[in-house]
Ligand binder design. Structure first.
Ligand SMILES: NC(=O)C1=CN([C@@H]2O[C@H](COP(=O)(O)OP(=O)(O)OC[C@H]3O[C@@H](n4cnc5c(N)ncnc54)[C@H](OP(=O)(O)O)[C@@H]3O)[C@@H](O)[C@H]2O)[C@@H](O)CC1
Ligand SMILES: Nc1ncnc2c1ncn2[C@@H]1O[C@H](COP(=O)(O)OP(=O)(O)O)[C@@H](O)[C@H]1O
Length: 487
């Protein structure tokens, strides 16, 4: 599991070391880490001696890191060129560069093969306008953060130079894990500068492969179908029958004992045609150990009745429930209160539009806040909703944010924009349901972690599917099987 800290927290962690007079040592350690990554990138492309490395240098400490890194690179024989973006540069760093034989230029030289972005780090406020990067630059390495990324949220207020690699100091920053910041950062490498004892609790985390696969573990040798997990699916309608197939297919592909479908004839027939193993009927009676409700349900009286039936079944059995799509427009505060009282784990899986509608209906006093933060700070939006409604919220988007009522938050970035196609959210709902329905043989995982594991599997399957070209949601379940087969 990866852990990230806000830029603010990292700055506070640096404070005792700065107060102890260790600022210069910290900077040199950070810069040496940056130079090491740059050397590796250069060596992968040819000899270091004789190559030209340029750095865009801001006036703060981020620029100081870049200047020191250039000085180390100059001593390895590279032509090291600082390009200031303001009137001043970090004095000690500049002196080090000059001592090493580096130079200062007004523009990035046309023959530069590698560019260090050392303009803004954790001290950035608002946006900036980067200069044009010459075409010959083969690699961009960001110093601490791509300049202009908000280290606390990942929001990019202005423009950004997309990095191939970001070398970040002290700890992963939240801004490198969320939204535009995660997208601009490229591959992220962390350089330890000794902040560990001062960092405290992480702001958020992200599941890695093994964490997610532990949730979707294979059955135990003596499992039977009911012990592996039975998922109830209340999805699809006469108008949107396909959603029922997508939810059931992805759940089956993730490895469950049984999928039970509750819905109208036309949708049930489609499900059975695709998966004769599904147990289908009009109502909720059966052996489900968790339910997914919502995809393709519609908004008519029948949808209301069907959702009410599932909520009753979950309340009666204390069963976990995933509410997605139409169900997010239908569920009431009273429903959520009853589920909570019955001890049910509840996961809401809105995209941004659904989150805003949900806020408007259920927490009108918070609507303005949610509208303000939803786009630029999805973590705050998901956390706010999870806290207000006392449920786990999985907020979909380029970064999927899973937040628990106590604030614990996991973010996943595995999928790409190829996932932005109708019905992939239905597949995700099936995977979240599967994570909640399955019997845990090892250490029990908190609900928020199960939701994040489903997001990891969904995103990774999306990436696998995209390798073969554009795809539709019905392709995802086979990619889910592919991912799980590579355990
Ligand atoms: N502390 C340490 O010992 C260590 C710190 N480390 C490094 O320091 C970095 C933080 O350094 P920092 O605090 O100097 O801030 P930094 O990100 O360089 O930028 C602030 C400068 O830019 C300016 N500015 C702000 N926004 C702007 C905008 N939109 N457009 C244009 N200008 C803008 C702002 O000027 P102002 O507007 O305030 O006059 C200020 O001068 C951190 O990311 C890491 O790389 C490592 O070496 C480890 C040890
Ligand atoms: N730009 C993107 N990058 C990565 N994933 C995305 C992007 N856009 C959408 N997704 C993912 O695609 C899925 C879409 O879900 P949703 O909007 O509910 O679709 P539907 O309701 O049609 O099934 C979500 O899992 C979301 O996180």
């Amino acid at each position: 599991m990866l852990h990230a800290y806000t830029g603010t927290a990292v700055r506070s962690a640096e404070r005792p070391l700065l107060d102890a007079g260790k600022g210069d040592a910290l900077m040199r350690r950070a810069a040496w880490g940056l130079a090491s990554v740059v050397l590796r990138e250069l060596r992968a492309r040819g000899p270091v001696a004789g190559s030209t490395v340029a750095a865009l240098v801001g006036k703060g400490n981020n620029g100081g890191d870049a200047l020191w890194a250039l000085s180390f690179l100059r001593r390895r024989g590279a032509d090291a060129v600082a390009v200031p973006t303001g009137k001043t540069m970090h004095e000690v760093g500049l002196a080090a560069l000059r001592r090493a034989g580096g130079r200062v230029a007004e523009q990035v030289p046309e023959n530069a093969t590698l560019l260090i972005d050392g303009v803004l780090g954790t001290g950035a406020r608002g946006g900036w306008e980067p200069p044009l990067v010459p075409e010959g630059v083969a690699v961009v390495v960001a110093c601490d953060l791509p300049s202009g990324v908000d280290a606390d949220t990942g929001h990019v207020a202005g423009e950004v130079i997309p990095a191939d690699v970001t070398v970040t100091f002290g700890a992963l920053k939240t801004g490198l894990m969320v939204g535009a910041g995660a997208h601009a950062a490229g591959r992220v490498e962390v350089v330890d500068i000794g902040l560990g004892p001062h960092l405290g609790e992480p702001d958020l985390s992200s599941l890695e492969r093994d964490d997610a696969l532990a949730v979707f573990a294979p059955p135990a040798w003596d499992d039977h179908k009911y012990r592996r997990g039975v998922l109830g699916v209340c999805a699809g309608s006469e108008q949107y029958p396909g959603a029922s197939v997508l939810v059931c297919s992805s759940a089956i592909a993730s490895g469950l004992g049984m999928v039970q479908y509750a819905g109208p004839r036309r949708a049930a027939d489609l499900v059975l045609a695709a998966h004769p193993e599904v147990v289908a009927g009009p109502g909720v009676d059966g052996k489900a150990q968790a339910w997914v409700a919502g995809p393709g349900l519609g908004s008519d009286d029948d949808a209301r009745r069907r959702l009410a039936e599932v909520v009753d079944a979950c309340v009666d059995g204390g069963l976990p429930l995933v509410l997605d799509a139409s169900a997010l427009d239908l569920v009431s505060l009273e429903d959520l209160g009853r589920l909570r009282s019955a001890g049910c784990q509840v996961v809401l899986t809105p995209h941004q539009g659904e989150l805003l509608r949900l806020a408007g209906r259920l927490v009108p006093e918070m609507k303005t806040t949610f509208t303000a933060v939803a786009g630029l700070d999805p973590v705050a939006a998901a956390r706010g909703m999870a806290r207000e409604l006392a449920v786990v919220v999985l907020l979909k988007g380029a970064t999927t944010v899973c937040a628990a009522p106590d604030g614990r938050t996991l973010v996943q970035n595995e999928g790409g924009a190829a996932l932005a196609t109708a019905g992939t959210g239905d597949c995700l709902a099936g995977l979240v349901g599967s994570a909640l329905a399955r019997t845990e043989h090892g250490r029990p995982s908190p609900t928020v972690e199960k939701a994040a594991a489903a997001a990891w599997l969904h995103g990774t399957a999306g990436a696998v599917a995209a390798e073969a070209g554009p795809f539709g949601a019905s392709t995802l379940p086979s990619a889910v099987r592919h991912v799980l087969s590579g355990r």
